[in-house]
Design a protein around this ligand. Structure first.
Ligand SMILES: [Zn+2]
Ligand SMILES: [Zn+2]
Length: 70
């Protein structure tokens, strides 16, 4: 089971999103089931991008999240 990285948590907090709410939004509870980069796809790192690259999924997902709540 992966945990959100501190970078992912910082990115979420910087967008005004509680990481707990982020987990709930994608998985229905506070338990994170995605990848450490913040993408709900637990194979994001290595598939969507490499480990030393910033996650682009997270950017798009954050935008969607805000759009849904506005
Ligand atoms: Zn991804
Ligand atoms: Zn990612």
């Amino acid at each position: 089971m992966k945990q959100l990285s501190s970078e992912a948590i910082e990115r979420l907090l910087g967008e005004g999103i509680d990481p707990i709410d982020w987990a709930k939004h994608h998985f229905g509870d506070a338990h994170w089931g995605g990848d450490s980069c913040g993408c709900p796809d637990d194979r994001c790192i290595g598939h969507h991008h490499s480990g030393d690259e910033r996650c682009q999924c997270l950017r798009a997902l954050i935008d969607d999240y805000h759009a849904e709540r506005s």
